[in-house]
Write a protein that binds this ligand. Structure first.
Ligand SMILES: Nc1ncnc2c1ncn2[C@@H]1O[C@H](COP(=O)(O)OP(=O)(O)OP(=O)(O)O)[C@@H](O)[C@H]1O
Ligand SMILES: [Mg+2]
Length: 255
């Protein structure tokens, strides 16, 4: 694993009973890269994320991060290496404000549970830093005005933004975002991608983002795109390479 590789997935396979959700997935993410992961419904994108973040144990294959074998690590151990993730279905605490949502300690990000999150005593000493980080996250996403809105008052797109803000808390090195703009109106979706691009360029973190719309991802300034189909990687390339790949054209864009 070369020094600037933050994540290396090698021959990942995940079966659920008789169903092979992920057959053979290999790719690498480098430091400071913004990479899209795309593929049709059910092709294994979220399952790949769940294996990387330790929520699911893979059937076979290896996952390395920051030169450490994380294949058998628990989600909290993986998180400590500098991973954060969002889920396909956003879960905010609806009766709390945006800033309060950001303040909920991340230790439960893999299985949100309001009681354990709120009453975890170790969160207390860091409260001031977390508050300042929360405002920074909203600044980075250009939505500081939302700080005191109730989560229940937010639109779907705004909720997704808060979820991304939550994933930025605590200085992540690698963000895994599962369809953060699904169902979000075009202009806001583009704004979210622009902000993510800027965050990558300014901070040098890496982002792997799942998106289901090929046309859209090709125009959003990602460095590379991993194209999945039926549990396998069809190709990895720059947006231009993907746009001109015959197999991809046939499978996704139609000719
Ligand atoms: N926990 C699970 N138990 C059983 N089958 C599962 C489980 N999670 C996913 N699957 C199945 O594995 C396959 C891949 O699912 P996955 O959610 O990874 O796809 P996806 O690419 O994220 O799809 P989508 O675009 O709809 O989000 C699907 O057939 C799905 O039904
Ligand atoms: Mg999914």
């Amino acid at each position: 694993m070369s020094e600037d590789t933050v994540l290396k997935v090698n021959k990942l396979k995940k079966e659920f009973g008789g169903l092979v959700a992920v057959k053979d997935v290999s790719f690498e993410i480098k430091s400071g890269e913004f990479v899209g992961l795309i593929g049709p419904n059910g092709c294994g994108k979220s399952t790949t994320f769940n294996c990387i973040s330790g929520l699911l144990k893979q059937t076979s294959g290896e996952i390395e991060a920051f030169s450490t074998d994380i294949s058998h690590m628990r989600p909290d151990q993986i998180q400590k290496l500098g991973f954060t993730r969002t889920f396909q279905h956003t879960r905010l605490w609806r009766q709390m404000t945006v800033i309060e949502n950001l303040m909920v300690p991340p230790r439960k990000q893999y299985s949100p549970n309001i009681l354990t999150s709120l009453f975890m005593p170790k969160s207390r000493p860091n409260e001031k830093t977390r508050l300042s980080n929360a405002y920074d996250a909203l600044d980075q996403l250009e939505v500081p005005h939302m700080a005191h809105n109730l989560a229940s008052e937010l639109s779907g797109g705004q909720s997704k933004l808060v979820d991304i803000g939550r994933s930025l808390m605590g200085d992540p090195k690698l963000l895994l975002l599962d369809e953060p703009v699904a169902g979000v109106a075009g202009p806001l979706a583009m704004k979210i991608f622009n902000n993510l691009r800027r965050i990558v360029d300014e901070t040098g973190i890496s982002i792997l983002i799942i998106e289901h719309n090929m046309d859209f991802i090709l125009r959003q300034g990602v460095d590379r795109i991993i194209v999945m189909n039926e549990g396998e990687v069809l190709m990895v390339g720059t947006p231009d390479e993907v746009r001109n790949n015959r197999e991809v054209i046939e499978a996704y864009l139609g000719e």
